[in-house]
Design a protein around this ligand. Structure first.
Ligand SMILES: O=c1ccn([C@@H]2O[C@H](COP(=O)(O)O)[C@@H](O)[C@H]2O)c(=O)[nH]1
Length: 625
């Protein structure tokens, strides 16, 4: 772990369900390869993950089983280690490549910006030459402009010790928000291609491995792949590894097909094992009628990693793991990620507090950051931003360069549409938040533009279903972490009357299709709240008129005047939605009617500029960083 990372907190653990074929799975790491430096529960880094995988490989070699490592995309955007360098990923991509990964896919965040996907093609695909799979993604080759598959469409390989014959695919969900240098082929179309039909027709295969930046539940894409495989290969076991919705989840398709999703932000190392698979060595190993699938969501901290690898502080680190940890530290230093712009006076939560409330980030943006930033415009304005642009909580204490990218890494600039009748402008928020009679899918359906992606307005933690929403969010051991406590939270021993066995570490309490025993750490549950798609602030509106209604002391407003016209200001990422809402409201505007505001600064710039200037956020002298 990083030198400044808080020590992990001991807690009761469930055991690793080791089997014949074992998997480690990461997804949606979003650059958090240095681990969580303010949360002890997730404080291990990518170097530790490398050491961990090494020990599990060794275990597999020793007992003749196998281990495969999978990553399902969104490795970029969301942490200073990736976002603070120029070019982005200057250090992070070389750090990630040190892990040996068997199956790797793209995510939507690798495709928003042309530069990111070009670099993915020119660097990351060659870095993972044998394992990068792009079953439904093409790119216009930056060298010659020719459309070409991003990477191989599938791969067939045999596991090292057992000789299990695996065919692996790598999909991305039917994403439409990509830059125009890539082409995402709808999954339902890709599976009609001959190469796919031939691959699933193969009878010399013991397991289909479907990796994808695709949610495992309510997933038309994985449902289509499952059906296609079963139509041509009725019995061969299938395993899915998914992502994108940032949750822990495990779905049963049927007894020979399960799907694992392993959270987000390097909080979770997903583990899955299958026993009872057939192998190429037919004489030696007979396939079971019903292979046994098991899963464990490992909290990414050294306490868990030591335990599951049977190592301790003096035996855990490998040479490579240590070097990668060091490289992360060096990169963080070069990027000055610990430099503080100010100090947060208290914690601000994205979804762990009701909205609106005093400790909600969205309320803080709406009531303080946005009005203070835009009050220079003396024109009445409605400023809108999507809550999805905000990615993480702010903890009391130093708000650093790194924090800026944790909270909002995106570069899309702020734009304006001028002179919109207030009667229409004031209804845009309601439309975008699905609060009126017309809902977003209806708006999307009437869209003339083909670049409106429903996913864009998805709130940052839009639930897959209520259960997964309430059970699948970030745990947060922050208070303990900041004090560097090493608290033993073991279960009650016989005769230990004054201790109870209630879990003490707050965190995930996942409920999935296999039950409630998936989290390795037995956590105290955390409550999460829904947040709206978008928030808005009115700035430079006429002051309300007051009248003395109850005598000279008690005044109350009698007339709140509204402007006739306003400027709408918004984050460019939601521009298509704003235009669509205005069109629906009878105020059609086009791209040419929009212009940059604040010289095209992003929400990220707005937040850090505000923090630098705000006296309430000045760091106390003795704590200055
Ligand atoms: O430029 C951007 C890009 C993305 N967003 C927000 O992020 C989500 C998608 O993130 P996932 O991690 O894939 O869920 C998108 O829906 C937007 O809310 C953004 O605001 N700006």
């Amino acid at each position: 772990e990083q030198p400044s990372a808080p020590s992990p907190i001991a807690a009761p653990l469930r055991e690793l369900p080791w089997g014949q074929l074992n998997f480690l799975h990461t997804t949606d790491t979003h650059g958090w390869h240095g681990g969580h430096l303010q949360e002890a529960q997730y404080s291990a880094d990518w170097g530790d993950y490398i050491s961990f995988a090494h020990h599990l490989h060794k275990r597999a070699d020793d007992d003749g089983s196998d281990l495969l490592v999978v990553d399902t995309g969104d490795r970029v955007e969301g942490n200073g280690l990736y976002d603070a360098s120029n070019p982005k990923g200057k250090y992070d991509l070389d750090i990630v490549k040190q892990q040996s990964i068997d199956v790797l896919t793209v995510g939507n965040h690798e495709l928003y910006q042309r530069n990111t996907s070009d670099r993915e093609f020119n660097k990351v695909v060659p870095d993972f030459k044998n394992s990068y799979i792009a079953s439904n993604l093409d790119i216009y080759n930056p060298k010659n402009g020719e459309r070409t598959p991003m990477a191989q469409r599938f791969r067939k390989f045999t596991t090292k010790n057992q000789g299990i014959r695996v065919i692996a695919f790598g999909f991305i969900f039917n994403f439409q928000g990509n830059a125009n240098n890539t082409v995402v082929q709808p999954v339902e179309e890709a599976i009609k291609e001959q190469w796919f039909k031939d691959a699933i027709d193969d009878k010399e295969v013991d397991l289909f491995l479907v990796a994808g930046h695709v949610p495992v539940r309510d997933s038309p894409e994985f449902d289509a792949v499952y059906k296609a495989i079963r139509d041509s290969n009725w019995d061969t076991p299938i395993v899915f590894f998914g992502g994108h919705t940032h949750i822990r989840d495990y779905r049963k398709f049927e007894k020979k097909a399960w799907a694992l999703e392993s959270g987000r932000y390097m909080e979770t190392l997903g583990f899955l094992s299958i026993s009872g698979l057939g192998t190429g060595k037919k004489d030696e190993v007979e396939a079971a009628a019903s292979p046994d699938y098991k899963r464990l969501y490992i909290d990414n901290n050294l306490y868990s990693l030591y335990h599951h690898s049977g190592k301790n502080a003096s035996t855990f680190d490998t040479e490579l793991g240590k070097n990668v940890t060091k490289a992360i530290h060096e990169a963080r230093k070069k990027l000055k990620l610990d430099h503080a712009y100010g100090c947060a006076p208290h914690d601000y939560w994205l979804s762990r507090t009701p909205y609106p409330s005093d400790d909600s980030i969205l309320t803080w943006l709406e009531n303080q950051v946005i009005p203070d930033t835009f009050n220079f415009t003396k024109i009445p304005s409605i400023i809108l931003t999507n809550s999805g642009a905000i990615r993480f909580d702010i903890f009391k204490g130093p708000f650093t360069i790194d924090s800026t990218f944790l909270v909002s890494p995106f570069t899309s600039g702020l734009r304006t549409i001028k002179d919109v009748p207030y009667s229409a402008a004031s209804k845009v928020l309601q439309l975008l938040n699905n609060e009126g009679q017309i809902l977003l899918p209806d708006l999307a359906a009437v869209s003339q533009t083909d670049r409106v992606d429903l996913d864009q307005l998805r709130a940052p933690f839009a639930p897959v279903n209520e259960d997964t929403f309430f059970h699948a969010h970030t745990s947060h051991a922050h208070d303990l972490a900041l004090e560097h406590h090493q608290t033993f939270l073991g279960r009650k021993k016989d005769g230990d009357k004054d201790k109870d066995d209630t879990p003490q570490v707050p965190g995930y309490t996942t409920k999935d299709d296999a039950g409630t025993d998936g989290d390795d750490t037995i956590h105290q549950p955390i409550k999460f709240y829904q947040v709206p798609n978008c928030i808005s602030s009115n700035v430079s509106f006429p002051a309300p008129e007051y009248a003395a209604a109850y005598g000279p002391v008690n005044f109350r407003p009698v007339h709140i005047s509204t402007p006739e016209k306003v400027d709408i200001i918004y984050n460019e990422f939601i521009e298509n939605w704003i235009l669509l809402a205005l069109e629906y409201l009878g105020e059609k505007r086009e791209k040419k009617d929009t212009s940059a505001v604040l010289e095209g600064k992003s929400m990220t710039d707005v937040i850090s500029d505000w923090i630098k200037k705000s006296p309430d956020w000045a760091c106390p002298k003795e704590k200055d960083v």
